[in-house]
Design a protein around this ligand. Structure first.
Ligand code: SF4
Ligand code: SF4
Length: 89
């Protein structure tokens, strides 16, 4: 049985978090780390450049940011009241 992100128990995503993660394509070397580590499947590769496809299900874990060797990923927390939230606080 497959489970969609929206069906994860105890988790909700508040809409309108904005583009709080971006990729500088000039720095991206196409290593693919961000795609491999992102459990939410937020990235896509076009040619040899990664780009953020969709942040709707981003869990704000920072794994992509940490795993990018050339520091091509800019990460900032979403504005307060938006983004990933667990129902336990
Ligand atoms: S912060 Fe985590 S969930 Fe969000 S895009 Fe990066 S790896 Fe994916
Ligand atoms: S981890 Fe960084 S360098 Fe590697 S594909 Fe992703 S954005 Fe590009």
């Amino acid at each position: 049985m497959s489970m969609t992100y929206q069906e994860f128990p105890g988790v909700e995503w508040i809409e309108g978090a904005g583009d709080f993660i971006t990729v500088d394509e000039k720095l991206c070397d196409g290593c693919g780390n961000c795609i491999r580590v992102c459990l939410a499947k937020c990235y896509k590769m076009t040619g040899k450049k990664a780009h953020v496809d969709n942040l709707e299900r981003c869990m704000e874990c920072g794994a992509c940011w940490y795993s990018c060797p050339p520091d091509a990923i800019q990460f900032s927390w979403p504005p307060g009241g938006t983004g990933f939230r667990t129902l336990w606080g």
